[in-house]
Design a protein around this ligand. Structure first.
Ligand code: NAP
Length: 327
């Protein structure tokens, strides 16, 4: 049966930049293999059920279908204008060079057919030699990241109004220290892997102290990125709570993330699951549920080292600087 619109997600005011408030549930568009028509259809379905926050990246190849879907939603009257949606995109590692930031954002805006993004993120604290994207990358293509130069260029993007807010992704507290040491505009957001199986307590505390909003990618454990299945969806602790509350495991994970003050970026291209994932704002976990979740053994899936092939050597960076893991 066709879904009807659900209530809108609550919104969070970012402490830096002048973006409109960020809806506390975003739809992710990283999906491999790339299928632009499926992405466009899923974004339209998401808008129909109430999503107003979308996450893309130059690297995903989904900027164009996302932009087409938003334009079509405006034409169809599903939203009054582009201003009603919050759009995030990201600078890929090959573009992570001071002189490439602004041209890369302009290319992103062309793909999106938009005048601005609400949020522009440095995708990883990793710089690769400029050139076409090859994934995974060769280790010898990693070069030192000019944090100060790249962040200055990100600030220029915000000053020009091409990005309403700027931030980072996959940055640890040590990476953030380096940005904050040079920033005149602090990062508004850090988007990281975060879910009940990888709770990021150290990073969350740090970001709260510094006024950086945390967004959770892979809030349901991801798309089996490391080939070991999905520890969130398979969690017996979460399944027990879901049964007791009359909710799904996905809803329990997303509700827990929301209760931590974190915005989830969840990917589904299925209209019923999109709708289900939005239905977490009118009920609560109990203190006992929260205690059980806090004791779940921790397991990180996404690592900077996964950006690179197994073969070859790092020649100009220390791999330990790329993949700092903090529980
Ligand atoms: N910044 C970064 O480096 C980074 C890295 C990874 C991801 N991201 C962003 O975060 C987004 C989400 O992360 P993710 O895609 O890794 O993983 P995720 O959102 O945790 O999980 C997505 C998977 O869960 C399934 N799913 C969604 N809702 C469900 C439900 N209610 N019940 C059961 N299964 C459900 C989806 O399948 P169906 O589509 O079939 O529903 C999909 O296979 C990405 O799309 C991307 O925008 C960012």
């Amino acid at each position: 049966m066709a879904s009807t619109a659900t209530a809108a997600a609550p919104e969070v005011a970012l402490k830096s930049g002048d973006a409109r408030p960020m809806p506390a549930m975003g739809m992710g568009t990283a999906s491999f293999p790339l299928d632009p028509e499926a992405t466009k259809g899923a974004v339209l379905a998401a808008i129909e059920v109430g999503y107003r926050h979308f996450d893309t990246a130059y690297m995903y190849g989904t900027e164009t279908p996302l932009g087409e879907a938003v334009a079509e939603a405006v034409r169809r009257g599903l939203v009054a204008s582009r201003e009603e949606v919050f759009v995030t995109s990201k600078l890929w590692c090959t573009q992570n060079h001071p002189d490439l930031v602004l041209p890369s954002l302009r290319e992103t805006l062309k793909n999106l057919q938009m005048e601005y993004v609400d949020l522009y993120l440095i995708h990883w604290p990793v710089a690769l030699k400029p050139g076409p994207i090859s994934f995974p990358a060769k280790k010898e293509d990693a070069v030192p990241l000019d944090v100060e130069g790249v962040w200055r260029a990100m600030e220029e993007c915000q000053r020009l109004g091409l990005a309403k807010a700027i931030g980072v992704s996959n940055f640890t507290t040590k990476h953030l220290d380096k940005v904050l040491a040079v920033a005149t505009i602090p990062p508004a957001v850090n988007q990281v892997e975060l879910n009940p199986l990888w709770q990021q307590r150290t990073l969350r505390n740090y970001c709260t102290e510094k006024g950086i909003h945390v967004a959770a990618y892979s809030p349901l454990g991801g798309q089996n990125w490391d080939g070991t299945g999905n520890a969130v969806m398979a969690s017996e602790v979460l399944a027990g709570i879901a049964k007791a509350r009359g909710k799904t495991v996905a809803q329990v994970a997303l509700r827990w993330i929301y209760e931590q003050g974190v915005t989830s970026i969840v990917k589904s291209y299925n209209k019923e699951r999109l709708k289900q994932n939005l239905e977490i704002f009118d009920w609560e976990l109990t203190e006992e549920d929260r205690q059980k979740i806090s004791k779940i053994p921790q397991k990180k899936i996404v690592r900077a080292s996964g950006l690179f092939t197994q073969e070859g050597e790092f020649t100009s960076v220390d791999p330990a600087d790329l993949d700092i893991v903090e529980e």
